[in-house]
Each structure stands twice: as C-alpha cells, then as structure tokens.
Design a protein around this ligand. Structure first.
Ligand SMILES: [Zn+2]
Length: 422
C-alpha cells in the first residue's frame, strides 16, 4: 500500500487560489490522508516513506471535461475513419498521453465504435495507463442532425433515433453496454451544411426522453449545444454536461445560473481557435472558416463565458483534443485559452481544471482537490503554474503524475516502456 509523505513542496490544494510554501501531502493507499503546511503535519506511520520534492509544485490532477479518446489526431472532417482495430490501439496511446499530461480524470463526449468501454475497463484493471474515465459510446442524434453526417456506415459510428421511444431504446442499448455518459447532439456545427448551430434536431419531447431514460439508469448526459436555443433545451431537460454553449441570450444565462449546482459548461474552445490559426495547413483556410462563422463563434464564446462566470456557473477545461490541430497530450493548452481569451487569472484557470472539473467528474467530491479523503490524484511540476499555466503544456516539466496513489513518469514518450539503460 502506498504510504508516502511528499514534503518541501509548493502546495496547491485546489480549494481556493492559495499556494502554500513548504507544503506537504500524505498519501495513504488510494487516497490523500492529509495536506497542508509541513509543520502542521500529523504523526506519520513508521512505514511512511519521505520524499523531499525540492520546492516543486504539487497540485490536484486535472479533469479533461470533454474527451474523445477514439480521435486519432486526424482532420476535423476525417474523424473516426480508422478501422476499429486501429482505433482501439490509438485509444490506448491517447489515454496514456492524457494521463501523462496531468489529466487524471476525463469525461467522454462520445467514442465511435464503442471503444471507451473496454478502454475504461482496462484502465480500471490497471492493464494500461489512462485517466479515470467516464465512458461514453456512440453519439445519439436525430436523422439529419450533426450526428447523422457520415455518408456510409453510420450504423457503426452513431445511434440515429427519432421519436421518444426509439430514443429511449437507443439509450437503453447504451445502458446494456455499461456506459457512464450518453452523448447527444442538440444542434450542429458551422462546418456542417445540413446541421448548423441554432437548428434543434430533436423536439423538447425527444430530448426529455433521452435524459429521463439515461438518468433512470444512472447514466449522465453530455451534449453538443452551441446556440442559446440548444442550451435552453438542454438545461430544461436536465442535461449534466453542456458542451460549447457559445451563443447565449439572457434567458439561457438565467437558466444556467439556476442550474449551476447540477450542471457545468465546457466551452471546448480549442477547436475553433486552432481551426482559425492552423486551418490553412489542413485545407480549411482561415478566410473560409471566418466565412463559416468561426471567428464570430470565438468572439461570442468569450462574451458568454464572461457572463457565466459572473453568475457562478462552473466552466470546465478541455474539449475536442485529438485532432491534427489539437493533438492528444496538448490538453493543457486549454488553461492558456482560459487566461488569454476568458480573462481568468492563472490561479482561476487552475481551479477550473482541478476543483471545478473534479466536481463535474465526481459530484461526491473525491476528485479535483487535495483535501483529506479525496482520491490520491496529483501532479508534480518543476515550476509554478500558478504564475504561468503555459508551463503545464511542457511535458518535460511534469515530474510525475499520481493516480490513486500510483506514480506515472515519462509516459508521454512514444514508447515509455523502452529503455536503453540496463
Ligand atoms: Zn466533442
């Protein structure tokens, strides 16, 4: 059983913005036993091993609140095209990259071909390294929705359902597969000619049926909802994880404010920002993307996040990493966006990634802080990200990641098990 006392650390517990100099954390088994100023430490066991961190920074593990581990770092219009055998191997690598980047928990927003379930089970069985995963499966959406966009083979990749009973049946089929999260499409995407943002692909009755069926079976619901109308339909139906929420009106902000203790918003802004910045390199030129509305979408999102923060809605980090313009392992870039675009302090961005994402992942409070009796999920960093969150993107700065008391080092290398030293 892990029993270690990490001391001489800069400690970020994750409850508020405080950084404790000469802090310490006591890890026993899978959990945090204690954290605080070293001089206040309780009496340790004689078996406790002591580790001097030499002033390095210790913070809670982060939560990637909108992950697609099946994405293979391909283009936005080339997603999930690899055969399932390859997709499974890719996902094993992707899970390792996400954990090694400091994200000890992840909430899936959909996995093509159902690879999340065996992936989650393999992670939990300690066969492969990866974050704690709320697993999803194929997206559920209406005929003609954003989910219904592939020309052929859509049965393998999506669950297309219309009408409350067909939707309930689709959700029940996911319960049988033991998913944690049902991903639904409420509205669409600027890149999609037949399903843009603002067009609701299901009626209220249909969305309510999806959410009711999921909640009855102890699954949570994540959605793609860009427009104010889509966000309102999602919140009224009781959806737990609102993805995007780019365009909000007063009513949508009020609804989210009233629901702030039961749902979170993950803007997932990396996609738009990277598309505008690097689309030229992948055949989606900036001018064309601006014409499709992506710059406006970024501008609207900045305004929306500001309003959500004013009314205390939790805004969580991550979203749509795993494209060629947003590769797996660069997930911490999101904290830089939270600072640069959303005007957060570095500390507030850290809290969004740890405390708030952790609350989304585990409403019982075991993730996202280093309080006693939480999960022993933490990151040790050579540097002080409370002064500059961009250093979290530098894997060389991440000394170690701990999940459930187990330490992972250097696992973002291409082949972490290969070593040239005997
Ligand atoms: Zn997504």
């Amino acid at each position: 059983m892990t029993d270690m006392f990490l001391h001489n650390a800069k400690l970020f517990v994750g409850l508020d913005g405080e950084v404790v100099d000469n802090g310490a954390v006591w890890v026993r088994g899978h959990n945090i036993a204690w954290s605080g100023h070293t001089q206040d430490a309780p009496t340790l066991s004689e078996h406790t091993t002591h580790h001097d961190l030499g002033g390095q920074f210790v913070m809670p593990g982060m939560t990637e609140s909108h992950v697609h581990l099946s994405y293979a770092n391909a283009g936005p219009t080339e997603l999930d095209k690899q055969p399932v055998q390859t997709a499974m191997l890719d996902a094993v690598d992707n899970a390792r990259m996400v954990l090694g980047s400091g994200f000890t928990s992840a909430i899936s927003f959909g996995s093509a071909q159902g690879i999340d379930i065996p992936l989650r089970d393999a992670i939990n069985a300690k066969r492969i390294p990866g974050p704690r995963l709320l697993a999803s499966d194929r997206d559920v959406g209406a005929t003609g929705s954003n989910a219904d966009s592939s020309a052929a083979g859509r049965e393998a990749h999506k669950l297309i359902a219309d009408g409350p009973w067909a939707i309930r049946s689709a959700v029940r089929s996911l319960a049988k597969k033991r998913v944690d999260v049902v991903k639904v499409f409420i509205d669409g995407e600027n890149l999609n000619d037949h399903a843009p943002p603002g067009v609701l692909s299901w009626t209220d009755e249909e969305v309510n049926a999806a959410v009711d069926e999921a909640h009855r079976r102890n699954m949570r619901v994540a959605c793609h909802a860009r427009s104010a109308a889509a966000v309102k339909q999602s919140v009224r139906a009781g959806i737990d994880f609102i993805g995007h929420a780019n365009y909000l009106d007063d009513e949508a902000v009020d609804l989210l404010a009233a629901a702030k203790d039961r749902c979170v918003v993950g803007p997932g802004i990396a996609f738009e920002v990277a598309l505008l910045a690097n689309g030229d390199q992948i055949g989606l030129p900036r001018k064309a993307m601006e014409a499709r509305g992506y710059q406006r979408e970024v501008d609207e999102t900045i305004a929306s996040v500001k309003r959500l923060r004013e009314v205390g809605v939790r805004v969580t980090v991550g979203g749509d990493y795993g494209l060629n313009i947003t590769p797996h392992g660069s997930n911490a870039k999101d904290l830089e966006y939270f600072v640069d675009l959303f005007g957060m302090s570095d500390t507030d961005a850290l809290l969004a990634a740890t405390r708030d994402g952790g609350w989304a992942f585990d409403p019982e409070g075991r993730a996202g802080t280093l309080e006693p009796d939480t999960w022993a999920d933490l990151v040790i960093i050579d540097g002080d990200p409370s002064q500059d969150v961009t250093m979290l993107q530098d894997h060389a700065r991440i000394t170690a990641v701990m999940k459930a008391g187990v330490i992972y080092r250097g696992i973002t290398r291409p082949d972490p098990r290969a070593d040239t030293n005997l």
